[in-house]
Structure formats: structure tokens, C-alpha cells
Design a protein around this ligand. Structure first.
Ligand code: C2E
Ligand code: MG
Ligand code: MG
Length: 469
């Protein structure tokens, strides 16, 4: 078989022996077939939406760049870009708008790199820039700044003004890796850091990022075993009513007694538990244990349990609470659920329905850390909370800032007119307690009354309360 080109056509010539001697020659025009084959090969390496190289072609280019590095000593950089706030655009304005936005992002990225660099799209809103032949990291720094700035400028799509951002993680070859997998992994670790540091920014990979990630993974492994090993405990912190100076009940606060780490603060493991979904089984344990403990308390003391946003995403929350109440025998009106603004930020209609169902059971609902979020006031309007917990930071302000009093007074007034209890958190001194009383709060919680104590010690506190005048 011979192949040759004639007047821009690709021809294939075959020679066949013929019966009785001699040869037959067939000439076939294969131009169209070859073009189609080439197209198919290109398509398999291209993102259909933006026309950018896809993950496959990116890998090929990255491998080429790495071999050049071996031969000629040219370094390269992998910039992993993740769009911030893209999902809400896609979810609220629809996929056609999301797609058009991605095309515009692709155009902007293309416009800001050199012809020898590669821009690829490797996932929904994930892009990679492969910057080749870099002489000093300053080149990359300049490029990554340009990308963050350019992607973050406003877009006009279909009559909508849209703003998104870019978080970028950067890894250099050869310093941060000499193969494609390692470079992409390290760029991803740097990206994770950039997102934690507030998004709309970039981070260069550093070896301790890997160490931190491993520590996190270890914490995750330990936490997964902690439930089975019964390493969790509940401590209880009493709450005091200022009108009659009597305790009303306690807040349950989770403690993790780790065999090596010692006591781990919830602030150090709850965020990770929420991120990986482990807060659902842990939260269930907390709810069941708190109900079991509270049923042994005298009188009508109630127990407040913190419920995190991730637990509201699970369909089973209301059933789980009902089951915790019925197996323990605790009356629903002695249980209080504390939620933060994070709960109301998500899937509002469904969340509100869950809250209403809890209320119908007779469970009370408190708004925790009031005043620290973005729009605490509008949340008070969306649900009839039983209690507002004024965040500790406002109580601290009582000692210094003059507006501290005014804020507490305003929240107490608001609670009064809405028929909600207002409790100040983190009260540590008699002076703070006096001011809080003067400003009209109904209840207090804090070290002044008692630190959170193990379940076994709470009975003594209740006994003291019972004998108080
Ligand atoms: P939170 O619900 O606002 O709990 C109050 C926190 O303030 C507790 O910290 C408590 O020990 C601390 N505190 C109370 N009085 C004072 C005081 O007078 N001064 C100072 N400086 N601090 C005081 P803790 O126990 O470390 O818990 C921190 C956060 O972890 C809680 O904040 C809550 O958001 C979360 N958390 C604790 N237990 C659970 C749980 O079972 N489930 C969930 N989802 N979150 C929990
Ligand atoms: Mg709380
Ligand atoms: Mg709080």
C-alpha cells in the first residue's frame, strides 16, 4: 500500500495480483476518512463547551513539558483554578447561563496566557493553566494575579450582571514534583489552602500543606473510630433565669476524650465532622445521650442541644429527635434545639418545614450566636424562635466599648416584643451580669454561673438551685 497526496487529496494505492498473471491497481481517496479520524482524536482531547483542551490533552502537554524540562532544564508551573460562587449562578439562573459564563471565563483565560502555555478545562468549574518555560517564579506570580483579577471582573450574560471569583493553587516543576500526578495533587493542596484563606486568592504549594492535610486525615480517621470507642462525652453548662434566680436547665456541650490527644475542643473537630458528614451520627449520639441524661434531672429542667446545618440536610432529623425523646422518656417540652444562622442559610423552605415540625412536637428552638452572622434580624422574622442567645462577643464588649450596652439593650427589647427569651452567653463577671440584668435580658449563661461540667456533677448544681431561696 502506498499513500500519496495529489492536489490536496490523500490517496491510497493498493496493488492486487490478478488471476492469470498481472496486477490490478486501486486508488482510493481517503481524505475525508482521515480528516474524520483526526477530528475524532481531537474531540477526545477537547472540552466540547469551551473548545479548550480537556484533562487528557492537558496530561499529554504536561508530560511533554516535563520531558523538555529533563532535556533542556526549562521549569513549568501548574495553576489549578476553581471558580468561586459559580454553583449559585448555575442553580439559580439555569445551565444555559452557567455554560455561557464558563465560555466567557475560558475566553478570558485564553486571552491572558502566552501561545506556548496551555489552558484546559478539567471539570465543571475547574480549569488548569500550564505555564511552560518559566525562568523565575515572578513570571508565574504575575500570571496568577492577572487570572484572579480578570476572572473576578463582572460578566454580562443574557442580561444578567454576574460576579464570580477564582481561587488558584500553584505547583512548580521540578521543585514541587517531577510527574504530572504529583504536580496536580500539590496544586490541589495549594488550592484547598487558597479556599480556606477566603477564596478569590491564590497560594503556592508548600510542603507543610501536605503535612497539614495528613494531620487532618489522621484526625478524620480518629474521629471515625471515636464513636465506636466511646470517646465522646457530654458536659453540661447551666442557664440561669434572672427574674427568679433559678436554673432553667443546661446546654449540652460535646467533649472528645482522645487517648493520646487528651481533651479535644469541639471547635477543633466539629468543623471537620461537618465537612465530611460525620456530624450526623455524632449529632445523633449527642441528642440521644442528652435526652437520656436530662430525664434523670429533677423537676422541669430542660436540656439544650446544638444541631448543626449538616444535620438539617439529612431527612431523618425529626424522626431521630422523636426516637430520642421516646426511648429516653424525656417530655418534648424539656428539649431545646440550638441552631446557628448556618442552618437557615441553606434550602430555606425545607429547613423551615423541619423547624416547624420540631415545634409541633413541643420542642423549643433557639437561635445561637445571635448577632455574629450576616442577617440575624431577617432570620428572626422567618421563624418564631423561642429564645435568642446573644453571642459572647457582645457580652465582652460591655467591658470596653460604649455601644456594647446599646446592642444588648436593643436585642433584649426585640426579644421582649417578639415574646422570645433573651439569654446572654459568656457572662464571666458580676459586673457583666448586673449590666445584662439592667438592659433587660431574661437569662444568662457563662462561667460566672458555672463552667460546663461532666454529667455526674450537674446534680450537685441542681441540688444547690433547689435549696436556694
Ligand atoms: P456554643 O453553642 O455557642 O457554646 C457556647 C460555648 O461557649 C461553649 O464552648 C462554652 O464552653 C463556651 N462558654 C460558655 N460560657 C463561657 C464563658 O463565660 N466564657 C467563655 N470564654 N466561654 C464560655 P465549647 O464547649 O468549646 O463549644 C464551642 C462550640 O462548639 C459551641 O458553641 C457549639 O457551636 C459547638 N458545639 C459544642 N457541642 C456541640 C454539639 O454537640 N453539636 C454541635 N453541632 N456543635 C457543638
Ligand atoms: Mg450553643
Ligand atoms: Mg453560642
Amino acid at each position: 500500500m502506498i499513500e500519496f497526496t495529489l492536489q490536496e487529496r490523500l490517496l491510497e494505492v493498493h496493488l492486487h495480483p490478478v488471476m492469470g498473471g498481472g496486477w490490478a491497481v486501486t486508488i482510493e481517496d481517503v481524505s475525508a476518512r482521515r480528516a474524520a479520524e483526526a477530528d475524532a482524536a481531537n474531540m477526545a482531547r477537547q472540552d466540547p463547551l469551551t473548545g479548550l483542551p480537556n484533562r487528557l490533552l492537558l496530561r499529554e502537554r504536561l508530560n511533554e513539558a516535563l520531558s523538555r524540562m529533563q532535556r533542556e532544564g526549562e521549569g513549568c508551573a501548574v495553576l489549578l483554578i476553581d471558580l468561586d460562587r459559580f454553583k449559585p449562578v448555575n442553580d439559580t439562573l439555569g445551565h444555559p447561563v452557567g455554560d455561557a459564563l464558563l465560555e466567557k471565563v475560558a475566553d478570558r483565560l485564553r486571552s491572558t496566557v502566552r501561545p506556548t502555555d496551555t489552558v484546559a478545562r478539567i471539570g465543571g468549574d475547574e480549569f488548569v493553566v500550564l505555564q511552560s518555560a518559566i525562568r523565575d517564579p515572578g513570571d508565574t506570580q504575575a500570571l496568577v494575579r492577572r487570572i484572579v483579577d480578570l476572572v473576578g471582573r463582572t460578566y454580562m450574560v443574557d442580561g444578567h450582571l454576574l460576579t464570580i471569583g477564582a481561587s488558584v493553587g500553584v505547583a512548580f516543576a521540578p521543585n514541587d514534583g517531577t510527574d504530572a500526578d504529583k504536580l496536580l495533587k500539590n496544586a490541589d493542596l495549594a488550592l484547598y489552602r487558597a479556599k480556606l484563606d477566603g477564596r478569590g486568592t491564590f497560594r503556592f504549594f508548600e510542603p507543610e500543606m501536605d503535612a497539614r492535610m495528613q494531620a487532618r486525615r489522621q484526625l478524620e480517621l480518629d474521629m471515625r473510630q471515636a464513636l465506636a470507642r466511646r470517646e465522646f462525652r457530654l458536659h453540661y453548662q447551666p442557664q440561669l433565669n434572672l427574674e427568679n434566680n433559678r436554673l432553667t436547665g443546661c446546654e449540652a456541650l460535646l467533649r472528645w476524650q482522645h487517648p493520646q490527644r487528651g481533651i479535644v475542643s469541639p471547635l477543633d473537630f466539629i468543623p471537620l465532622a461537618e465537612e465530611i458528614g460525620l456530624i450526623v451520627p455524632i449529632g445523633e449520639w449527642v441528642m440521644r445521650q442528652a435526652c437520656r441524661d436530662a430525664v434523670s434531672w429533677p423537676g422541669t429542667y430542660s436540656v439544650a442541644v446544638n444541631v448543626s446545618p449538616a444535620q438539617f440536610k439529612s431527612e431523618r432529623l425529626v424522626e431521630m429527635v422523636m426516637s430520642a425523646l421516646s426511648t429516653s422518656g424525656l417530655p418534648a417540652n424539656r428539649l431545646e434545639v440550638e441552631i446557628t444562622e448556618g442552618v437557615l442559610l441553606q434550602e430555606n423552605a425545607k429547613t423551615l418545614q423541619t423547624l416547624h415540625r420540631l415545634r409541633e412536637l413541643g420542642v423549643r428552638v433557639s437561635m445561637d450566636d445571635f448577632g455574629t452572622g450576616y442577617s440575624s434580624l431577617s432570620y428572626l422574622r422567618s421563624f418564631p424562635f423561642d429564645k435568642i442567645k446573644i453571642d459572647r462577643s457582645f457580652v465582652k464588649d460591655l467591658d470596653g466599648k460604649p455601644e456594647g450596652d446599646a446592642i444588648i439593650r436593643a436585642i433584649a427589647g426585640l426579644g421582649k416584643s417578639l415574646g422570645m427569651t433573651t439569654i446572654a452567653e459568656g457572662v464571666e463577671t458580676p459586673a457583666q451580669m448586673q449590666r445584662i440584668r439592667d438592659e433587660g435580658c431574661t437569662d444568662v449563661q457563662g462561667y460566672l454561673i458555672s463552667k460546663p461540667v461532666p454529667a455526674s456533677e450537674i446534680h450537685a448544681l441542681f441540688a444547690g438551685d433547689q435549696t436556694a431561696i
